[in-house]
Design a protein around this ligand. Structure first.
Ligand SMILES: Nc1nc2c(c(=O)[nH]1)N[C@H]1C(S)=C(S)[C@@H](COP(=O)(O)OP(=O)(O)OC[C@H]3O[C@@H](n4cnc5c(=O)[nH]c(N)nc54)[C@H](O)[C@@H]3O)O[C@H]1N2
Ligand SMILES: Nc1nc2c(c(=O)[nH]1)N[C@H]1C(S)=C(S)[C@@H](COP(=O)(O)OP(=O)(O)OC[C@H]3O[C@@H](n4cnc5c(=O)[nH]c(N)nc54)[C@H](O)[C@@H]3O)O[C@H]1N2
Ligand code: SF4
Ligand SMILES: [Mo]
Length: 596
């Protein structure tokens, strides 16, 4: 079989392509891709880090490795916890993302907790079902209706959206604004930011109290007495959803048995984990099995911990991403090593990293294929090949295809695995975790998913059988502990973020240009200052009738303000209850017209 390649981006769909980079005509890829997939071959030649750099001076990769080894050795002598490695899902490959951890675990360095995106919901669903694994693409096809809860899939998951459309499903969108998805759905329910748990309590209350329960949920009686204490009019007041709409949604669940698709963004809001957990129980209450989808990555049985070497070594200190800026400001690190991530823009308080590097308090090492905003300010930059240029094994958090990626372009730079092993050698570290052949590690890790590397190399694509299925009888416990959002005063609004069709987070500006920092609001045009308790940024306000009063929307691909300051400098260091996920959505901001 000819070589294949899966898009390794942080995206639900994980498109699979042939070696001419044409999307495969198989379910659920169905021969089409998104604007980013169409631009990959062009993008691959632009804005690349083509050499290594130390303090802005071009050097060979070998020189950079020696320099990094020296930096790490010196830092180790002081305190390993003063080395921080930080990473996220710029490339979801098992070798690219997971394996490099081994070096830092062996060093006993500090790590960020990878809580920025989906971890809150994974944990919130797991406590009820034993796993966060939910419906597969094939399962989705069996439904006649769908509730897209904080999930603007027409933008964030084009293949999931296409599946729902093709199946002719009745679609209900729950969002804080009329997103593209909400506009294209049959019904849009507009909820106030951070109050989905109150809406879900209303739905659960109606289902229980109107005798609409058809499924089995353990400790249902506890849930029943819990919802009794709330009146529908209170739940309606807090959530902004009319009592009639709450009742309608409960009856819709009962009558149409929709699948519920829960967006990650909800986990990054007030009450996010509680909301996701409770929403995931609604399908079970109306008798559906695997009636929700959030992320299936925990269902495959891939041993991510083995790849990271956690069976032998682990980092000494875990830094919540929510407190990234705080830790840096307190002077907790001497050296920061970042790969697969653009933390100056995407992590809360990324501006503190810029300052610390500028003032020489932190030495920043970045391994990236592109001149990201973080690479641009780094003391040491090392070029990485893109996913089109290296071998890897790629899984999806939606469908169950495991793909053996084979390069279709000549590599530029050094792979993540080669780099961390070379640094270890240069440091004189001999540890079995770094000596194990990386492909043996992959083979061990995917055996848990019932796949062997030799089978995968031969067939290129193997369908995994989910190992960890959700319980058919989930537990209603733990019960939520919802908090009402702070009310708005004059001139205040809740700030929310969403994905943009042309970008993946901060990526693709080399193809589609920089996205202006625009704050979409209901009724104001002009340059404005957005001020939170934590700082302020200057952005352009643009009127949008799809945004209700009291809401400001910024695309999460325009995270630099008009003066070059990261938007995330105004994010407060607040952590989610289940997995410490930073609260990015729904923070209160004051709007002021900017002078001049
Ligand atoms: N095109 C594209 N696709 C992407 C990405 C991308 O950058 N571009 N990013 C990928 C990544 S990293 C992720 S995490 C996923 C994210 O994908 P999703 O989880 O689908 O979320 P977002 O696109 O971030 O949009 C969040 C939605 O939630 C709404 N919202 C905000 N606060 C609340 C609230 O309190 N309640 C409710 N009900 N709604 C709320 C916003 O208005 C917005 O419509 O998408 C992935 N797919
Ligand atoms: N204010 C606000 N902040 C947010 C969000 C929000 O909604 N609002 N969303 C959050 C979410 S959901 C997420 S997931 C995070 C995303 O945060 P990041 O993961 O930092 O996002 P990206 O912009 O995708 O940056 C990924 C980096 O990985 C690099 N990369 C790509 N491929 C490779 C590779 O093969 N090897 C290496 N070494 N590097 C590679 C890219 O060039 C890029 O610099 O942002 C979060 N930040
Ligand atoms: S970003 Fe998503 S939809 Fe686009 S090519 Fe990659 S996997 Fe497919
Ligand atoms: Mo994400």
């Amino acid at each position: 079989m000819e070589g294949l390649i899966a898009c390794t981006r942080d995206c639900y769909d994980t498109c699979i392509f042939n070696n001419k980079y044409e999307p495969l005509r198989m379910f659920p890829i169905n021969g089409f891709t998104c604007a980013r997939g169409r631009a990959d071959l062009t993008r691959n030649g632009r804005n690349r880090v083509s050499s290594a750099y130390i303090d802005g001076k071009e050097v060979s990769v070998d020189e950079a490795i020696k320099y990094v080894a020296k930096l790490l050795r010196e830092a180790l002598k002081r305190n390993p916890a003063r080395i921080l490695r930080t990473d996220y899902d710029g490339n979801q490959g098992l070798l690219t993302w997971y394996y490099p951890d081994r070096l830092f675990n062996v060093l006993g360095a500090s790590q960020t907790d990878r809580s920025i995106c989906s971890s809150e919901g994974h944990e919130a669903i797991r406590v009820h079902y034993g796993t966060s694994m939910g419906a597969l693409p094939e399962d989705l096809q069996g439904f006649k209706a769908a509730v897209l809860w904080a999930f603007p899939a027409s933008t964030s998951a084009p293949h999931i959206w296409a599946l729902l459309v093709k199946a002719g499903m009745v679609k209900v969108a729950v969002d804080v604004r009329l997103s593209d998805t909400a506009r294209k759905s049959d019904i849009a329910i507009i909820v106030k930011p951070g109050t989905d748990v109150f809406l879900a309590l209303g739905v659960v209350k109606v289902i229980i109290e109107e005798g609409l329960v058809e499924g089995k949920v353990r400790h249902l009686e506890d849930l029943a007495s819990y919802v009794k204490q709330y009146t529908l009019s209170y739940l309606s007041d807090v959530s902004g959803v009319k009592v009639d709409e709450i009742k309608w949604l409960a009856e819709f669940y009962h009558d149409h048995k929709p699948v519920t698709l829960i967006g990650f963004a909800l986990g990054r809001s007030l009450n996010g984990g509680d909301a996701i957990g409770l929403i995931s129980l609604i399908p079970a209450l109306v008798g559906l099995r695997r009636g929700y989808y959030y992320s299936n990555s925990m269902g495959w049985g891939i041993d991510f911990n083995y790849l990271r070497g956690l069976h032998m070594a682990r980092s000494l200190r875990v830094v919540p991403m929510a407190e990234f800026g705080e830790f840096i400001e307190r002077g907790e690190f001497d050296v920061i090593y970042a790969w697969n991530e653009n933390p100056v823009l995407t992590l809360p308080g990324g501006d503190r990293l810029i300052e610390a590097v500028r003032e020489g308090r932190v030495t920043l090492i970045v391994h990236d294929p592109y001149w990201s905003d973080t690479a641009k300010i780094a003391d040491v930059v090392i070029p990485a090949p893109t996913f089109l240029e290296k071998y890897d094994v790629v899984y999806s958090y939606w469908h169950n295809y495991l793909v053996y990626n084979e390069p279709i372009r000549a590599p530029m730079g050094i792979t993540e695995v080669d780099l961390v092993r070379a640094i270890a050698r240069e440091m004189g570290i001999t540890h079995p975790l770094l000596e194990e052949d990386p492909w043996d590690a992959v083979d061990r890790a995917i055996r848990g998913a019932g796949v062997t590397l030799s089978e995968l190399r031969e067939r290129k694509i193997v369908k995994m059988t989910p190992r960890y299925l959700p319980s058919d009888e989930p537990d209603a416990l733990p019960l939520p502990s919802p908090i009402e959002p702070e009310p708005l005063k004059d001139g205040e609004a809740y700030l929310v973020f969403s994905s943009h069709p042309l970008y993946t987070n901060t990526q693709f500006r080399e193809v589609y240009g920089s996205l202006e920092p625009i704050a979409y609001i209901h009724d104001y045009e002009g340059v404005v200052i957005l001020e939170s308790r934590y700082g302020s940024v200057k952005v352009k306000a643009v009127k949008d009738p799809n945004i209700p009063k009291g809401i400001v929307l910024i695309y999460k691909s325009s995270l630099i303000d008009l003066e070059g300051k990261p938007i995330n400098s105004i994010i407060e260091p607040i952590k989610g209850k289940y997995a410490n996920t930073p609260r990015l959505n729904g923070i209160k901001v004051k709007l002021r017209a900017a002078k001049g």
